[in-house]
Design a protein around this ligand. Structure first.
Ligand code: HAM
Length: 415
């Protein structure tokens, strides 16, 4: 049997890179006062329809939705933000502090056509800062993202930012009308998908990857020239802060994001090394989401990193930490009984120990120790039991020593 297309196993040998990223995230995000939240994989379908927007590709085509045995429509989460906001409202998290900072890590599900970097089950590491409308919050979130991936050793990427304006009549709605009129005039030249978007979601034509659409989008009206004064000031302050942080960024007015809850700041991290799925993180501000899900009129800003794509970019940079791994090899029943005790004590002290269960020959035990790349081997036979000491071999230097049993732990600790 095989796994479902677009759903991958993460095997030993691969998982270490994930563990490194996760451990660094816990440490790094805590420095900005983020706390972890874990939400269910399944939510009511309505949460995502209302949260992400019924006209988005995610809701229209990509959700794993089914009726449960009680007849309720449920959906495997396609992203984390809607669930986090649902939990934020449900558990009154704002009571503890008006600015709530949460991070999450876990599997998301989108029924997309699988290809390199595009999966049906993928993993996101995300942050949400809820409760501050300030541009300082946007800039801090962007700096956190930039600092995090740089802290992991990544430098060959691009930070692109944009502002999507707000819902005030003179801002995005006016701009949308202009974009729509523009694309209506040239609709027949657009790809089939974009022709549909002319009426449903004209902004998304701006980030279409089809060459012909890209060219036509070049002459479309630009959002930054059409947004209201408040939005322009907000964006200017975000840019100023990024300059204070000395972060290199590019303004890309084609960043429109694929989820409908965004307004004002939107951003993505992209890398040429990823092929056509070149964004490995994305985010922005969402001012209407909390209210639309039944909460107070507060705004949030956040991002999510696609972990599969980040792992692809970090490939080859991950060096497993050198650690002491001890193979305990025994010859004879008495010696085997003694290594059980030694392994138990060494493991209790934090050492990584392995041994043979089949009572095979010493040669085959040593062969396995070598194959497992153990750093040391402890060899015990009747002789050693009588003398009360273990033969210890360093696999790398081939040096051998005899260590009395009571000193074994301190010996390995001294290494
Ligand atoms: P998103 O841009 O839809 O944003 O996803 C964020 C990241 O998840 C993408 O940049 C990409 O790296 C990864 N990703 C998305 N779909 C797939 C897929 N099918 N296979 C592999 N990786 C994928 C969001 O999900 C927002 N919730 C981010 C956010 C948080 N905005 C505000 N707060």
């Amino acid at each position: 049997m095989k796994s479902i297309p677009g759903m991958q196993d993460i095997l030993p040998g691969e998982v270490e890179a994930w563990q490194k990223i996760e451990a660094f995230a816990r440490d790094f995000f805590a420095r900005y006062h983020y706390q972890e939240i874990r939400t269910p994989l399944l939510e009511t379908t309505d949460l995502f329809v209302r949260g992400i927007g019924s006209e988005t590709g995610v809701v229209q085509k990509e959700m794993y939705t089914f009726d449960d045995k009680g007849g309720d429509s449920v959906t495997l989460r396609p992203e984390g933000t809607a669930s986090v906001i649902r939990a934020y409202i449900e558990h009154h998290l704002a009571h503890a502090d008006p600015v709530t900072k949460l991070f999450y890590l876990g599997a998301m599900f989108r029924y997309e056509r699988p290809q390199k970097g595009r999966l049906r089950q993928f993993h996101q590491l995300g942050c949400e800062l809820i409760g501050s409308p300030s541009p300082h919050a946007d800039a801090e979130v962007i700096q956190l993202l930039d600092g995090f991936v740089r802290g992991l050793g990544l430098s060959d990427f691009k930070l692109e930012i944009n502002s999507l304006g707000c819902l005030k009549a003179e801002c995005r709605p006016t701009y949308l009308k202009k974009v729509k009129t523009y694309f209506e005039g040239i609709a027949s030249k657009l790809c089939a998908d974009c022709q549909r978007k002319v009426t449903t979601n004209p902004l998304r034509i701006l980030d279409c990857k089809v060459e012909a659409c890209k060219k036509l989008a070049n002459s479309a009206p630009l959002i930054l020239e059409h947004q209201c004064r408040e939005c322009a000031q907000h964006f200017e302050k975000v840019e100023n802060n990024l300059k204070h942080y000395r972060i290199q960024y590019f303004v890309n007015q084609r960043i429109v994001r694929g989820l409908d809850y965004y307004d004002r700041t939107a951003f993505e991290l992209t890398s040429d090394k990823l092929g056509s799925q070149n964004a490995f993180a994305g985010g922005g501000r969402y001012s209407g989401l909390v209210k639309s899900l039944g909460g107070a009129d507060v705004t949030g800003v956040g991002f999510a990193i696609g972990l599969e794509r980040l792992v692809m970019l970090l490939e080859g940079t991950f060096v497993p930490a050198k650690s002491i791994t001890i193979y305990l090899a025994a010859l004879g029943e008495n010696a085997y009984a003694k290594i059980l005790e030694l392994a138990q004590n060494l493991r209790a002290e934090g050492f990584n120990c392995e041994m043979d269960y089949e009572e095979k020959s010493l040669k085959s035990q040593l062969r396995r120790a070598d194959k497992l790349k153990c750093s040391h081997v402890i060899i015990l036979g009747d002789d050693e039991i009588q003398k009360g000491e273990a033969q210890v071999k360093d696999f790398k230097t081939q040096a051998q020593s005899h260590i009395p049993f009571p000193q074994l732990i301190s010996h390995f600790k001294s290494l």
